[in-house]
Design a protein around this ligand. Sequence first.
Ligand code: FAD
Length: 380
Amino acid sequence: MRDAVVIGGGPAGSKAAELLARDRDVLVLEEHRESGLPVECAGLVTDDVLALSGVRPDILNRLYGANVFFPGGGTISVRSSWPKANVIDRADLDRRMAWRATDAGAEYRYNDRYIGHTATGNVKVRSTGGETGCSLLIGADGHSSSTAMSLGAGNGPREYVRGFQMDLRKKYDEQDMINIRLGSEVAPGFFSWEIPFGDNVRVGLCTSWPAGPPAVYMKALLKKAGLEDAEVIRKYSGKIPLGGRPKTYGERIMLIGDAAGQVKPVSGGGLFPALKSADALKETAESSFISGDFSEKALSAYEKKWKAAAGREMRNGYRLRNAYLKLRDIDLDRAFSIASRESVRSVLDEINLDRPSSVVSCMRKRDLASLMPILMRALL
Ligand SMILES: Cc1cc2nc3c(=O)[nH]c(=O)nc-3n(C[C@H](O)[C@H](O)[C@H](O)COP(=O)(O)OP(=O)(O)OC[C@H]3O[C@@H](n4cnc5c(N)ncnc54)[C@H](O)[C@@H]3O)c2cc1C
C-alpha cells in the first residue's frame, strides 16, 4: 500500500508529488503517455512561478509590457523597466517538474487513468491500470477533475471560460510586448493575446461560456491583428475554471491546481496559485501521516492554509471579473480614457502579474472615483 496516490502529472500534481515523496511513498497516475501533452496554456509565467516550480524550462522570450487595445480603437501601452513575464515551453516545464518529482522518489505510472475511489478505512483507487491502496489521495487532475466531483455533484467551479490558441509563423517587430485586445468582437467575457517569440507569435483568446466557443471569434481576431495569411504551426484549446470550487478537501483527499479551482480570475493563470498552495498541502498531509488522522476535519486545515497563501487574489480577482463581465464595449471605451491618464498608467506599469487585482488598491482616489460610475453601472 502506498502512502499517497496523486491523480494527474501536470504541474500541480508533480509539485505535490515532489514535496510528499521527500518523506513518503508516492505514486502518480497520469492518463497521457507523458507529462505536458497536450498543451493547454499560453506559457506566460513570472519569475516567481519559475522559482516555485523548482525547474528551468526553455524560455522562448521575455516580455516587459503590454499594448492594450480597446474596442473603439484606443490603445494603451504599459511598460516596465524589468521583465514582467517569461514565455516558456509549457510542455518542457511539465516534463521537468515530473522528472524532479521522480528524483525526489515519486513513481509515475503513465497511460493510467483514474476511474474512481472509495475511502472507507484506507483509500482504494480504481484506474485503468488496476486497483491501488493508499492512505491519502491527491486530486490534481485539472480543470475537468473527476476527483473534485467525487466530493459531490455541486463541487464544480463557479464558471468556466474556454480558450483557443494558435502558434503562427509571423515575426513581430516589437518582441518585448504582448498585445491584449478587449471587447465583444474578439473575446466576449475575457480578452485575447498575441505573444511574440522570435519568428512566431502565439495568438489566442478566451470567451465566457454563454458567448459560445472561442474558435468562432478567432477570425475577427486574426483580421484585427493582421495575421489572416500567417502560416499555422500548431493549435491548442482548453478550459479554465474560475471562481473556485466549494470544497478542496474531504475524507482522505485533498485537491490542488485546476482541480481545486486555484486560478487567478482576472488573467486565467493557474500556475502561481497552484504552486503557492503546494506547501499547505505538504504540511497538512505530513501532520496526518504523523497523527494517522486523515479525516475530513483534519484535512480541512489545508483549505485554510492554501487560502491564506493564495486565496486573496482569487477573491478580489473574482469581484473584478464580475464587474468586467457586465461592461459593454462602450463602458470599456470610457474606462480607456481614464486608464490612459498618466497617474493610472504609472500604476499599471508596475502591475504584479501574479496579483493583478492589487492595481485597484494602488490607484489614486481621484482616478478610482472617475471609474466608479462605470463600475457602479456594471455592478447594479
Ligand atoms: C488557453 C489557456 C491558456 C492558459 N495560459 C496560462 C498562462 O499563460 N499561465 C498560467 O499560469 N496558466 C495558464 N493557463 C492555465 C493553466 O494551464 C492551468 O491552470 C494549469 O495547467 C493547471 O495545472 P494542473 O496541474 O492543475 O492541471 P493540468 O496542467 O491540467 O494537469 C492535470 C493533469 O491531470 C491529468 N488527468 C486528468 N484526468 C485524469 C485522470 N482521470 N486520470 C489520470 N490523469 C488525469 C491530465 O492528463 C493532466 O496531465 C491557461 C489555460 C488555458 C486553457
